[in-house]
Design a binder for this molecule. Structure first.
Ligand code: 5GP
Length: 197
């Protein structure tokens, strides 16, 4: 019997290094894929449509929301973000593990719609370190950085419904933590009862 695919949600402040951690953990695995979100925000330098995001306008975004094409969606620092439902459902049904890199409002929606999803929150070692990383990235204006720091504090205050918390001080160690979580989740007895028959 095929092991079930898992929906894994990863959240945390922009600049926490979420995607680096997950990429490190799953780069050699064929049984994982990332969901590519839609967003109304403009591409950053180097971002490619269909790779980091599908970059869409507000009109198309509103249409996707209305037609229930998004598994979850949220506003984040004045832009809309959402997870196309079709891709996720298709991959899960094929037995793939699907990773969603989404913010906390979206994670809450996933928790309600799919209680079996695994929710992981990733934080940097401190707010000071987060500020340093955002400034170092050089992609956001000072106002946008303040907006992201403010939003990070708000998210921390609400993040108590996640299953796991990873502190990304060292990316290799954080990736090992992520792998450990996934490994343990796949060993859940309730999902492996067929082995006892
Ligand atoms: P950024 O603009 O830095 O790429 O992303 C900003 C925030 O939006 C991040 O916290 C990221 O996890 C979140 N995000 C990206 N895609 C989605 C999505 O499809 N849904 C939700 N709810 N949040 C998303």
């Amino acid at each position: 019997m095929q092991e079930k695919g898992r929906l894994i949600v990863i959240s945390g402040p922009s600049g926490a290094g979420k995607s680096t951690v997950v990429f490190k953990a799953i780069r050699d695995r064929q049984d994982f894929c990332f969901s590519t979100s839609v967003t109304t925000r403009a591409p950053r330098p180097g971002e490619v449509d269909g790779r980091e995001y599908f970059f869409i306008d507000r009109e198309r975004y509103d249409q996707m929301v209305l037609q229930d094409e998004l598994l979850e969606h949220a506003e984040y620092v004045s832009n809309g973000y959402g997870t196309p439902r079709f891709f996720v459902e298709q991959k899960l049904s094929e037995g793939m593990n699907v990773v969603l890199d989404i913010e906390i409002q979206g994670a809450r929606q996933v928790r309600e719609k799919m209680p079996e999803a695994v929710l992981v929150f990733v934080i940097p070692p401190s707010m000071e370190e987060l500020r340093r990383r955002l400034v170092g990235r050089g992609t956001d204006s000072p106002e946008a950085i303040e907006g992201r720091l403010l939003r990070a504090r708000e998210e921390y205050a609400e993040a108590d419904f996640y299953d796991y918390l990873i502190v990304n001080d060292d990316a290799d160690e954080a990736a090992a933590d992520f792998s450990a979580i996934v490994r343990a989740e796949h060993l859940r007895a309730q999902d492996r009862l067929y082995l006892l028959k």
